[in-house]
Design a protein around this ligand. Structure first.
Ligand SMILES: Nc1nc2c(c(=O)[nH]1)N[C@H]1C(S)=C(S)[C@@H](COP(=O)(O)O)O[C@H]1N2
Ligand SMILES: [Mo]
Length: 372
């Protein structure tokens, strides 16, 4: 099926995707447009994810195009602003399960920058490098990056990019999870060998990042025997157990302080009184789990699914809830599954703002305690 990663909102580009999808009536667009496991962000909200500020930048902003190129480029913002501009409208999809439709970005196409620099014969990958505290970067196959319509943007929604969203410059990669779009872009380096990006190296994010194939994470190698031992002892404290499968297990009283449980699956598990303080549970599957009395202080639960879970006595006041779900169609059964909340389930009003509208409404209509 034809899939729209972007449409052109200015009149220049080297190819145009099949617009077949756009001929369908509006009501049939939504299921086709939202990649699997994604939901729309709260209207008008563009969450800030990852780093929030660039590293201090001495002197004026410089963008370099280097590596396997024929003519390395060193551009200041004034020179950048005189390059041929392109505007794109596209949907963005964060790996933590929120999407926003019809974002407008404008700037200079990677293809146009590379036409100036000249692609060297050995170039196969492109690394986007950031002016950031830990030298954040992300990479793509060069042909893929060009074909997708990668843009070096300095504007979003017709206004200069704000610093928290990557201003003055970031790259935007249509049709990939948003972690391929690096904020505070300072260097575009063409490479012979891939140099996988920060999230890809350190957090197990998938290097291909196709939201339609749900290429979110590469499962790390967990030694099966060690996992079985940790499960038997119910102690995951400080362990890296990303993508662990623990569906339907009885893990009452689990100790998971500071555990890495990104993308782990606890579907239907018994997690009564579990301690998840400081744990990373982003995108974890907690559907239908019994979490009565479980503790989450300082935990990261972005993109986690609590659909159908029992959350009696659960305190989510200090957790970041971006992309979380509490109610929705269960992907295994096709039925709606909703979390059970009572007066002992706690949120703060500000944390609820990060949720998609449907999720917010569900919690506001429940008996849960919401602190100001
Ligand atoms: N320099 C830098 N770029 C980054 C990140 C980061 O932490 N540092 N996070 C990535 C991730 S995971 C996402 S989802 C998007 C978030 O962009 P936003 O904050 O503008 O929504 O930026 C990407 N680019
Ligand atoms: Mo992300």
């Amino acid at each position: 099926m034809a899939r729209r990663d972007w449409i052109l909102t200015s009149d220049r580009f080297f190819h145009f995707p099949s617009p077949a999808f756009m001929d369908q009536p509006a009501s049939s667009q939504l299921p086709d447009r939202l990649p699997p496991g994604q939901q729309l962000a709260a209207p008008g909200k563009w969450p800030v994810i990852g780093e929030r500020t660039p590293a201090p930048n001495p002197g004026p902003w410089i963008l370099r195009v280097c590596g396997c190129v024929e003519r390395p480029l060193v551009l200041d913002l004034e020179q950048f602003s005189r390059l041929p501009r392109t505007a794109l409208r596209l949907d963005i999809h964060c790996v933590t399960r929120w999407s926003i439709f019809d974002m407008d970005f404008s700037g200079v196409l990677l293809a146009d920058l590379l036409a100036l620099a000249g692609i060297g014969p050995s170039a196969r990958f492109v690394s986007f490098r950031s002016q950031s505290m830990h030298d954040h970067s992300s990479s793509l196959e060069l042909a893929d990056a060009i074909e997708k319509g990668t843009l070096v943007a300095n504007q979003a929604g017709g206004a200069p990019l704000t610093p928290e969203h990557g201003g003055p410059l970031r790259n935007i990669v249509p049709g990939k999870y948003f972690y391929k779009s690096v904020k505070w872009l300072k260097e575009i380096c063409l490479l012979e060998q891939d140099h996988p990006g920060t999230w890809e190296r350190e957090s197990g994010y998938h290097n291909h990042a196709d939201p339609w194939l749900e290429q979110r994470y590469i499962a790390p190698q967990i030694d099966k025997r060690e996992a079985a031992m940790l499960i038997a002892q119910r102690d995951f404290s400080g362990r890296d157990l990303r993508s662990l499968l623990a569906d339907r297990l009885d893990l009452s009283g689990l100790k998971a302080n500071a555990a890495q449980l990104r993308d782990a699956s606890f579907r239907g598990a018994i997690l009564r009184d579990a301690d998840f303080s400081q744990a990373n549970l982003s995108n974890a599957h907690l559907e239908l789990a019994d979490l009565t009395g479980a503790r989450f202080p300082g935990a990261d639960v972005e993109g986690a699914s609590f659909n159908g879970a029992n959350l009696s006595g659960v305190d989510l006041r200090s957790a970041s809830l971006i992309g979380c779900t509490f109610t929705g169609i269960d992907r295994k059964t096709g039925q709606t599954a909703s979390a059970t909340l009572d007066q002992t389930t706690c949120f703060t009003r500000s944390s609820l703002e990060a949720l998609a509208a449907e999720q917010q409404q569900y919690i506001l209509a429940s008996p849960a305690t919401i602190e100001p």
